[in-house]
Design a protein around this ligand. Sequence first.
Ligand code: UDP
Ligand code: MG
Length: 328
Amino acid sequence: MNSISVVIPLYDEVENVPLLYESVRAALDGMGREYELIFVDDGSRDGSSELLVQLAERDARVKVIQFRRNFGQTAAMHAGMQAASGEIVVTLDADLQNEPDDIPMMVAKLEEGYDLVHGWRKERQDALLNRKLPSRLANRIISRVTGFPVNDLGCTLKAMTREIAHELQLYGEMHRFIPILAHWHGARCVEVVTRHHPRRFGHTKYGIWRTFRVVLDLITVKYMIRYSLSPMKLFGGIGLLSMAGGIASGAATLWMKLGGAVDMTGNPLLLLSAFATMLGVQFLVLGLLGEVSARIYYECQDKKPYAVRKLWNFTEPTAQISAPRRAA
Ligand code: UDP
Ligand code: MG
């Protein structure tokens, strides 16, 4: 049976820690598997850190990563996922809003053959106006833009294979995009309805402003998914279009001049052709720089522009299979 790592990012949740530990432990003990609990203490200053250390001293299955300061939920999530050693990695909020008793169901779903199972807080217990409505709208937009069918990206309760957990690189607020990033890496994803409780202790760390930050991250994610391997396709396309516009308006200007117009300095078409041509050159150069940085990104870090699910009749581990180098 697969072992389980539960990753919990945590920031100032002192009242929740004891209850959380008990309920997660109860849920995992009931499954009869090997497990570890990884708490990532994201710079708490309310006594959570001391409580976690006590738990770790009492229970060897409790592991604690203590950050020097508050680096944010994404960083905490990333650190915990990287440190996970179980074959299945489950992520969970520390505030008891997720239901630990949903873990067995998520794991069972994963073991049906998925790489990632993500929760949908269908009956979400948060404020309607400044949390649920913006979140619903954001999920709609993200789903449309990325073409990934999803109802709720904000639910931390997820289960994934260790390979996926170790592969994902999270920046900014990107823990919210985990299912989309995983899908991009070729993971088979599925959404399941999970329970959700109102916060009993402590307070939420986010407000309405998060929605805007998420929208900005969406642009990054869309770019990474669609163009990161070949930025020239995006910037070069815009550059060529702009140059074509510049040439067309330049030709029109010339035609007007030959047709007898005397004063060309005040002609907007002349300005447009100079502007559009310069913009076109800049976009093309931006595309070239993008291509160079994409090569640096993939080759310096030995990243692969593909993901291998499984190998047959190979003796070396998957990680050794190197990327086919493209010419120049
Ligand atoms: N969290 C964290 N670092 C932060 C903010 C939040 O580790 O900078 C943790 C927090 O302790 C909780 C989870 O991330 O376990 C979700 O946070 P919160 O409940 O505030 O978000 P919400 O449920 O309101 O979306
Ligand atoms: Mg919460």
